[in-house]
Ligand binder design. Structure first.
Ligand SMILES: NCc1[nH]cc(CCC(=O)O)c1CC(=O)O
Length: 311
């Protein structure tokens, strides 16, 4: 193929960095690329995400792709709504960055070293509920804005710490500001955190094939499929914040042989701020079913809790 691939991107530093990375992979494989900047309502508004809704960062890019203004759209996978867009194909899930959340705290402090009453900023209900559940007496403050805006609240002394996706910091070359990478036992990331979704038009099979062959990473795709299936099943049953992490691990199969298995952990907060946690392990080929099984366990646990004392 000798045409130039028009790759749509948001204008934020994070979006430019990740789209630039995708373009570079394609260039190295011998394709010509051109970046096309698309402004989304999410970039224009400073209102809380909860008010402006899911898909604020991704829908304008998807429209530009569907309207043939660009040939490829690069999204942070976790920002995509779970409902598929029938006009588009998820051509590639490139190799995932470290999916964990990261703490950026004053004076190099870790979570455990922050004194009770410390102010910790996050705009994410998932992060807020998991922070509160640690029982450390941390005061969670709602914040928004790009990576730099959020980190400045710590350097300016307005907050003691903020929690961000490690992957976002990695992509903009700011890993050095992290004072602790949070263990998923304490803080499960958002489903698909650290992964990119690379889309093209469903009818554009040439582009679909080249994106898949140059960019797709099987292990990342499988893990994200499990996490997103869990999220989709939970969204149908409740609207509580959800964390999930699927990892390909070495495990013994029924015959005692070492095999690759998928280990999926999930967390959902109740209205009272209690956390329900569960995990499943199974075949990597059954990723989506594993995600749905995990969601069913969490919904059962929630139903048992809601049916009150004595149950
Ligand atoms: N919701 C904003 C957003 N979307 C993707 C990332 C980080 C990169 C990623 O998880 O892929 C971030 C920032 C953050 O959560 O700190």
């Amino acid at each position: 193929m000798n045409k130039t691939l028009r790759i749509g991107t948001r204008g934020s530093a994070l979006a430019m960095a990740q789209t630039g990375w995708v373009a570079e992979q394609l260039e190295q494989a011998g394709y010509r690329t051109e970046l096309v900047q698309v402004t989304t309502p999410g970039d224009r508004s400073m209102a809380p995400i909860a008010e402006i809704g899911v898909g604020v960062f991704t829908s304008a890019l998807r429209e530009a792709l569907a309207d043939d203004e660009v040939d490829v759209a690069v999204h942070s996978y976790k920002d995509l709504p779970t409902a598929p867009d029938p006009r588009l194909s998820l051509a590639a899930v490139p190799v995932r960055e470290d999916p964990r959340d990261a703490l950026v705290a004053r004076d190099g402090l870790t979570l455990g070293e922050l004194p009770p009453g410390s102010l910790v900023g996050t705009g994410s209900p998932r992060r807020a509920s998991q922070l509160r559940a640690l029982g450390l007496g941390l005061e969670v403050r709602d914040i928004r804005g790009n990576v730099d805006t959020r980190m400045r609240k710590v350097t300016d002394g307005e907050l003691d710490a903020v929690v961000l996706a490690r992957a976002g910091l990695a992509r903009v070359g700011r890993l050095a500001v992290i004072t602790e990478t949070l263990d998923p036992l304490q803080m499960l990331p958002a489903p698909a955190q650290g992964a990119l979704a690379v889309e093209c038009r469903v009818a554009d099979v040439d582009t679909e094939h080249l994106l898949q062959s140059v960019l797709d990473d099987e292990a990342s795709r499988v893990a994200v499929a499990a996490e997103r299936a869990m999220l989709a099943a939970l969204e149908a049953g409740c609207n509580a914040p959800v964390g999930a992490l699927a990892e390909v691990v070495e495990d013994l199969d029924a015959d005692g042989r070492v095999a690759q298995r998928l280990f999926v952990r999930g967390v959902v907060a109740t209205d009272d701020g209690e956390l329900l946690r569960a995990s499943v392990t199974g075949e990597t080929t059954a990723a989506e079913q594993l995600g749905r099984d995990l969601a069913a366990q969490l919904l059962d646990a929630r139903a048992a809790l809601l049916s009150g004392p004595g149950q």
